[in-house]
Every structure is written in structure tokens, then in C-alpha cells.
Ligand binder design. Structure first.
Ligand code: HEM
Length: 417
């Protein structure tokens, strides 16, 4: 029996070990070394095959007709299986659980908003938001880098794109925490990981966006130029977007758009604190900002995994995998793959090349990648030149999740010019 054979589902996919210690890079390394794709049993719940190598994840992700998203978006090791007696269990239907041909039709509805050019037009507005936040924290000695900087940054930008008042960001903060943190008792009203709060939150959020949609539809051609208007008034297959799909679009953008970038930016700051030589390099040469941004996404890999379901039986590295089982694509493992990255366990702000797949790859490649990159770049551009010193002022607290590498709190002592 090899060392990898002794690994448990919890050691490979958390959630308790993630919350306590962060990503299990040593366990993933063992699996990569072993080479084969290994099955993990989860008792009463369906188990999963851990796909840890970059080449395998790329190969699977690029065949969307053979490896589907719809049957299971991700392996949620922690939450109980859905209860079929609950009437509102079909609460989400969005890009991440769609397959060809629907997926492309729905993705095209929003893609024009996320091209490099469209995102580039938002630069001045994002810079203003970041500058205001830096000014606010400049007067303080200890801040929570998450709640005082990365959360208001990402949520204000999203609020502007969606055309909802920035003052609603606290509400959105609570909602996205309750959804992304469905298995973290801190965010659940009943203190359990039953996912019940997530269902309640989704209903609340859907009701909020249903009102915004009605407003935009009533305004017709006079509706403001924002994503809510575009989706509300879209001409889709000769009508409007069906209600569940429409409301799910907002939920996806809100959760995918802030629970990820905020963790990359927070984890990026932690990496700079823990690697002062790299921080000094970036300070000395601001032109490294793009490479540093890519390295932050590789290093933090805020999305732990998505799932693909094979249509047919397959054989991968000599391992037979039956149709219908869960292939769990572990992005942070791929981003430390020693066959691809030199010195993968070292954080280097000038890493080049850096073919990370933190944003995924293929058909479902992150729609918001250009926005996420710009937000991280601007955060670095506005913070680093004014930074006199920064250090942790308490432990970083991680979210209990097997899906997102969430940073709940990160107290830092910071001095800014
Ligand atoms: C550092 C920040 C981010 C990371 C690491 C990240 C990561 C990912 C990953 C891994 C996927 C799935 C890719 C795949 O299955 O191949 C994805 C999909 C997606 N992301 Fe992001 N994301 C980030 C930021 C954002 C932002 C800012 C937005 C929008 C405002 C966004 C919206 C989406 C959407 C809509 C999808 C679904 C795309 C599809 O299924 O076609 N993401 N993201």
C-alpha cells in the first residue's frame, strides 16, 4: 500500500482540515506523484475521483460533451445530500451547471461585458474605489484586510456593474457569505452545515433581483446601461430569459465575482507578508504587477474544485472510471504541478512562464477573469507604493468549505504613506 492509498477524503477535500490548516498541498503532491486518479469513498454520499495533475484537468475540461457539468457542479463533501422532500431544491440553474448547447447561448448573454476592452473601460472607476478604500485604511493602525479592503472593493465594483446601489454591499456581503459558506456554521442561522440557510438566502436574493428586473422592464428603452438591464431585457430565443435561469445569473455573478477575487487578494497580501523579499521586488519594480497578479492567482487558487461527470466509461492512467461518477478537478493542485512549474512551492512575483489554471480552462473558463485580474492589479498598484510596513496582527481565519478557499478575517497592522 502506498502513502497515497492511506489518504482519506477529508485529507484530500476537507472541509475541517482546510479550515484549520489551509490547502493540503502535501496530500495532493502525493497523489500527483502516484500518477493515477484515485477514488475516495464518502460513505452514504457519492464518492469522487481526485484529478490532481494539470494535464488531466486540461484534457477533461476541453471535452464538454464527454465530461458534463450539469449532473454535479462540485463535490460538497460536507453538506448532506439534497432532501428530495424540500420543495425548493432546484434553486439554481446557471452557467456552471449547463452543458452544450445551452451553455454557450447563456454565456453569450453576458460575455460582452467581460471582454478585456469592456473591463478596461472600468479601470478609472475601479481605481477610484480602490483609492478611497486605501485612504480610509491609511488612518488606521490595525485593519481586517478582508472586511475593510478586499470585500468592499470587489462588491462595490460588482454593484456598479449590476447597477445596484453600492450601499447594498453589506447585504450582498451577508448573502454571498451565507451561500459560499453553506458549510461554515458561522454563516448559518441554525449554526449547522445543513445548507438550510443557503436556501433561505437564495430566495431572499432572488426576490431582490426579481424586483430589480421588474424595474428595468418597466423602464424599457430608458433602463440604465447596466448588466441587470441587459439580462432583464435580453431577447432570448424569441422571448425573455426564463425566470430561474435569469435569477440564477445574478446569484452566480455575485458569488463567483466576490468570493473568489477577495480570497485571491487577501491570500496575495498574506503571501507578500510571508515573503518579504518578493514584496521588496514588487516595490522596487512596479512593472511586475501583471506577473505578480498571475502568481497570486496561481498561489492562492481560490476555487478548490469543480466536478465533471463522464458520459461514457473511461480509462485514465490505467484506471477504469465508470460513466456517471464524479471527477473532481483540483485546481490548486494543478497549479503546483511539478511537471509544469519550476519550483512550484515557491511564491515568485516575477514567475514566467506561469500557465496556471486558477481560472479553469476550456468551455467554462472563468467569465470574470479579466475583471478579477484588473481588480487585483489595481489593489496592488494603489497599495504597494504607499506601503511602509505590513504584518499579521492575528491569525488568518479560513472558511469551512471544500469548494472555496475562503478567507474570513485577516487582521493586519499596516502603515501607509
Ligand atoms: C481570482 C478570482 C477568480 C477565480 C480564481 C475564478 C475561478 C473560476 C473557475 C475555476 C471557474 C470554472 C472554470 C472551469 O470550470 O473551467 C470560474 C467560472 C466562472 N467565473 Fe470565475 N473566478 C474568479 C473571479 C470571477 C469574477 C470576478 C467573476 C464575475 C464577476 C467570475 C465569474 C465566473 C462565472 C460567471 C463563471 C462560470 C463560467 C462558465 O461556466 O462558463 N469569476 N471561475
Amino acid at each position: 500500500m502506498s502513502a497515497a492509498d492511506a489518504l482519506t477524503a477529508e485529507e484530500v477535500l476537507g472541509p475541517d482540515s482546510f479550515a484549520a490548516h489551509g490547502y493540503p498541498h502535501d496530500a495532493w503532491k502525493m497523489l500527483r506523484r502516484e500518477g493515477k486518479v484515485k477514488y475516495f469513498d464518502m460513505g452514504a454520499r457519492p464518492g469522487f475521483w481526485a484529478v490532481t495533475r494539470r494535464a488531466d484537468i486540461v484534457w477533461l475540461s476541453k471535452q464538454p460533451k464527454l465530461f458534463l457539468n450539469a449532473p454535479r457542479v462540485a463535490v460538497f463533501a460536507e453538506s448532506p445530500p439534497p432532501d428530495p422532500s424540500k420543495p425548493n431544491r432546484a434553486v439554481l440553474c446557471h452557467l456552471l451547471n449547463m452543458d452544450p448547447p445551452d451553455h454557450a447561448d447563456y454565456r453569450n448573454l453576458a460575455s460582452a461585458w467581460f471582454t478585456p476592452r469592456a473591463i478596461g473601460r472600468r479601470r478609472a472607476e475601479i481605481e477610484r474605489i480602490a483609492e478611497d478604500l486605501v485612504d480610509e485604511i491609511a488612518d488606521r493602525e490595525i485593519i481586517d484586510f478582508v472586511e475593510d479592503f478586499t470585500v468592499p472593493l470587489t462588491l462595490s465594483v460588482l454593484a456598479d456593474m449590476l447597477g445596484v446601489p453600492r450601499s447594498d454591499w453589506r447585504k450582498m456581503f451577508a448573502w454571498t457569505n451565507q451561500i459560499a459558506g453553506a458549510s461554515d456554521p458561522e454563516y448559518q442561522a441554525d449554526g449547522s452545515d445543513s445548507g438550510e440557510q443557503m436556501r433561505i438566502t437564495l430566495q431572499e436574493m432572488n426576490a431582490y433581483f426579481a424586483e430589480r428586473v421588474e424595474e428595468r422592464r418597466a423602464l424599457g428603452a430608458d433602463a440604465p446601461d447596466d448588466m441587470t438591464s441587459v439580462l432583464a431585457n435580453a431577447d432570448f430565443r424569441g422571448g425573455t430569459i426564463p425566470t430561474l435561469e435569469l435569477l440564477s445569473y445574478f446569484a452566480l455573478l455575485l458569488v463567483a465575482g466576490n468570493e473568489t477575487t477577495r480570497n485571491a487578494a487577501s491570500g496575495g497580501m498574506l503571501a507578500l507578508i510571508e515573503n518579504p523579499g518578493e514584496l521588496a521586488k514588487l516595490k522596487a519594480d512596479p512593472s511586475l504587477v501583471n506577473k505578480a497578479t498571475e502568481e497570486i492567482v496561481r498561489w492562492t487558487s481560490p476555487v478548490i474544485q469543480f466536478c465533471r461527470t463522464p458520459v461514457d466509461d473511461l480509462e485514465l492512467h490505467g484506471q477504469k472510471i465508470p460513466a456517471g461518477e464524479n471527477l473532481c478537478l483540483l485546481y490548486p493542485s494543478a497549479n503546483r504541478d511539478e511537471d509544469v512549474f519550476e519550483d512550484p512551492d515557491t511564491f515568485k512575483v516575477d514567475r514566467s512562464p506561469n500557465p496556471h489554471i486558477g481560472f479553469g480552462i476550456g468551455e467554462h473558463f472563468c467569465l470574470g477573469a479579466n475583471l478579477a485580474r484588473l481588480e487585483i492589479r489595481i489593489a496592488l498598484e494603489k497599495l504597494i507604493p504607499r506601503l511602509v510596513s505590513v504584518e499579521l496582527a492575528g491569525p488568518m481565519e479560513r472558511m469551512r468549505s471544500s469548494f472555496l478557499g475562503g478567507v474570513k478575517r485577516m487582521p493586519v497592522r499596516i502603515e501607509l504613506r
